[in-house]
Design a binder for this molecule. Structure first.
Ligand SMILES: *[C@@H]1O[C@H](CO)[C@@H](O)[C@H](O)[C@H]1NC(C)=O
Length: 227
């Protein structure tokens, strides 16, 4: 429900601010994308991914110093960093395609999840959570495209919980404690939000900022929601 409100607000904002041909393009794009998403059936078996794939057909791509499986957040960063060394040849493999104009609208995240851009996994039936879901199974979207899940997760940024890192470290994974990984979070981040500088960096590639564009309608909407 919250999401639907947010989407209609978004469309309203787009209409008010821009009446150009671009708006019409996006109106058509959004309408068509939503229609397709509502019809889309998520795969129920991994066998469905093999359809149209000729398993005996082996192609020669040559030799590489590094083969990275999956161009999600981690794989893409790894490939970028390795490519800084000119002599390295790198093969980055990705099962999905690229983002398109529809998937680049963060507010449409729930519709992107009903598309080939999502592997389509569900949790096992839960005892204590997902109580409102069919069979008590939550959807666990995993991106199947360049950028991986970061391309379909509404551009939300959240770090893992310190206690998880510390627990992994205690279990014997040295250098995974919160204190150990923090410098890498800071190094990767280009933080535009008001945050404690002890925890945030400003010189990385990873832009973190408040949502935009800053529409006057947002505050009006929030004010209108106060009872
Ligand atoms: C929203 O409510 C606050 C507090 O009442 C008020 O100061 C502000 O002017 C309101 N903003 C808009 C855009 O209505």
């Amino acid at each position: 429900m919250n999401f639907l409100l947010a989407t209609s607000l978004y469309l309203l904002a787009a209409n008010v601010i821009n009446c150009s041909i671009t708006t019409q393009y996006y109106q058509r794009l959004i309408k068509q994308g939503i229609t397709e998403a509502l019809r889309y059936k998520l795969p129920t078996s991994n066998n469905e991914f093999k359809q149209g794939v000729e398993s005996n057909n082996i192609e020669e791509y040559g030799e590489f110093d590094f083969v990275i499986v999956g161009a999600g957040s981690a794989g893409s960063v790894l490939a970028t960093r390795l490519s800084e060394i000119d002599d390295f040849s790198i093969l980055l493999l990705e099962a999905g395609g690229e983002e398109d104009d529809f998937s680049q609208i963060p507010a449409l995240w729930s519709f992107n999840q009903f598309s080939e851009k999502n592997w389509g996994y569900y949790s096992t039936p839960q005892k204590q959570s997902c109580l409102g879901m069919n069979n008590r199974q939550c959807s666990v979207p995993r991106g199947k495209l360049l950028g991986g899940t970061s391309s379909i997760n509404t551009l939300m940024y959240s770090r893992g919980n310190c206690r998880d890192y510390d627990k992994w470290s205690q279990l014997g994974n040295c250098r995974w404690s919160c204190k150990d990984v923090l410098p890498y979070f800071k190094k990767s981040e280009n933080c535009q939000i008001r945050g404690d500088e002890n925890y945030h960096g400003k010189r990385g590639f990873w832009n973190v900022e408040y949502t935009g564009p800053d529409s006057p309608l947002f505050q009006i909407f929030l004010n209108g929601s106060v009872d």
